[in-house]
Write a protein that binds this ligand. Sequence first.
Ligand SMILES: Nc1nc2c(ncn2[C@@H]2O[C@H](COP(=O)(O)OP(=O)(O)OP(=O)(O)O)[C@@H](O)[C@H]2O)c(=O)[nH]1
Length: 367
Amino acid sequence: MSFMDIDEKIKKIEDEIQKTPYNKATSHHIGKLKAKISKLKEESLQRKSSGTKGKGFHVKKTGDSTAVLVGFPSVGKSTLLNELTNAESKVGAYQFTTLDIIPGIMEYRGAKIQIFDIPGIITGASGGKGRGREILSVARTANLILIVLDVFNPQHLDIILRELRDIGIHPNEDKPDVRVRRKKLGGVQVSATEELTHLDETTIRSIINEYGMHNADVLIRGDVTMDQFIDALESNRAYIPAVIVLNKVDLVDDTYIKELKKTIPDFIPISADKNLNINYLKDQIFENLNLIRVYLKPQGKKVDFEDPLIIKKGTSVIDVCGKLHREFVKNFRHAKIWGDSVKFPGQKTGPDHILEDKDILRIIVKK
Ligand SMILES: Nc1nc2c(ncn2[C@@H]2O[C@H](COP(=O)(O)OP(=O)(O)OP(=O)(O)O)[C@@H](O)[C@H]2O)c(=O)[nH]1
């Protein structure tokens, strides 16, 4: 099947969905059609990326975590990258100055966060859509997406979100909790932990069948929608937190910003050029990456406040031991902690204790 065939096929099925009234009796049919579309889109994506293999949008990751800047040309991504990081990205007074992926390192609260600038989301006539998508797929590998909007073009947000979704990225969404276990016999058995208001068993079966499974146990947690259920069956989905950044606010007044707040609920207003609100943005990047700092206190030594260990929120004491040295895991006795995660300073904890930002940690091992 050529690209054209795939696109046409998708269009045809979309038209059919449009024409089909949605009700209990048609739900399973619509589910099947949506699953077909999802599979075709996946096929088209796979081809686009294999076609350009080796041309190199592979970016080396360094640092504790990575974020990527996504936006239209000339919204000020290069300027912002230069403000946030040590990179020296070219800033152009015309569009399309950024043609490569430019990485920079932002040092903040002792963490080294790698930030990529990728070319504007619409890459223009020469780039073509396929290449644009290819580049955009770099976002898939990031831990955080920074959607950069120009203050005069807030409507770009919807386009960006759609483009991201088209390549399987779901910004700010939780991964649907759906487990499917194939079996040899017994048909499709569905169990759910709560009432499903968007899906019935026939629809679930029809979708599962479309994916070539006729015997399987399906366990669903949460009231998932039909689209979420289909997404859960695709392996290629990325659920990544995103922050919306509104740049060039130096060009408008407060009333303008207030108006925008009515249509875009959550954005961070900044001016990359005039250095407005950049520190707050750094703070929000750190927060949304879900990072915390832990200061280590080696036995008989002072706390190392200079070089904190940067870890993910939710990390336990024993996970930290694993990062440091396997001896700490093997000979772990207990930990002593000073900070927000404990009731009193120097409290003894076990291996499963979850650390919090700015905790001081001392690991005590068996002699
Ligand atoms: N007034 C104002 N101008 C800005 C701001 N940030 C960037 N600019 C200007 O906007 C223009 C585009 O900035 P770039 O940083 O090159 O934009 P870009 O998004 O990297 O553009 P591409 O490389 O084409 O993708 C330049 O003339 C910048 O000086 C800002 O906060 N306020």
